[in-house]
Design a protein around this ligand. Structure first.
Ligand code: ZN
Length: 224
């Protein structure tokens, strides 16, 4: 694991911003692994998302504050999710031999390269066939097997609504969540650099080198 600094996170945010959604996840995973996006593209989605959880926990802590609408009554709820609730043990197998509709298939887990190539469910399923082909009527069945090979890619958390008492499993998009947080953090950091650079004439590196306490003091003194 590579130590994550504010500067490295800011550089990754800048590199990821113009890229497609899944590419952004690879760039952020690169911050903790030190591996290039090319080197991460062929990992199962869940393996990359596990690195994103490492990044999240290392930079911002283990508790995730989420806003979610209750599917029962529509009430907006605040949910606190522990990173541990989203973690799965590493998968024991990323490929599996199966027999579907009398055909012998070898199915593998979905990778970022697959998602970057196509978002169409049928095409994705067919890309994950290391051997064999399928007819359209069993695409969903094979798609479910692909999901089973990588539970870390499709985590869900159990939530309950204090308003209507409904309990449900809410899907959790790790890549989207972590990106949104990194995006907010990077924009806040840039604003702080702007304020302190304008007030004191400091360079970007000077501001990034400050401890959080000192930066907070100077921001306060600068009138923010
Ligand atoms: Zn409700």
């Amino acid at each position: 694991m590579t130590a994550v600094t504010e500067a490295s996170l800011l550089a990754a945010w800048e590199a990821a911003l113009p890229r497609p959604r899944r590419d952004r996840a690879l760039v952020l995973a690169g911050v903790v692994t030190g591996v290039s996006t090319d080197g991460l593209q062929d990992l199962p989605i869940g393996a990359v998302d596990a690195y994103l959880l490492d990044l999240r926990e290392g930079c911002f802590g283990a508790m995730l504050d989420c806003l979610v609408d209750c599917p029962g009554c529509g009430e907006e709820l605040e949910a606190n999710v522990d990173v541990a609730e989203l973690r799965f043990p590493p998968a024991e197998e990323h490929t599996r031999e199966v027999n579907v509709g009398g055909r012998s298939l070898v199915v593998r887990a979905l990778t970022s390269r697959d998602l970057l190539a196509t978002g169409d469910r049928g095409s994705l399923v067919r890309r994950c066939l290391a051997e064999g082909d399928v007819t359209d009527d069993v695409l969903d069945l094979v798609g479910n097997i692909i999901d089973e090979l990588d539970p870390q890619a499709t985590p869900a958390v159990e939530l309950d609504c204090p308003n209507c008492r409904r309990t449900w499993m809410a899907p959790f998009d790790i890549a989207d969540f972590v990106w949104q947080e990194v995006d907010r953090c990077a924009r806040r950091t840039l604003h702080e650099i702007h304020v302190l650079a304008a007030a004191y004439g400091w360079r970007e590196d000077d501001v990034l080198a400050l401890t959080p306490l000192r930066r907070s003091y100077y921001l306060q003194a600068a009138g923010t």
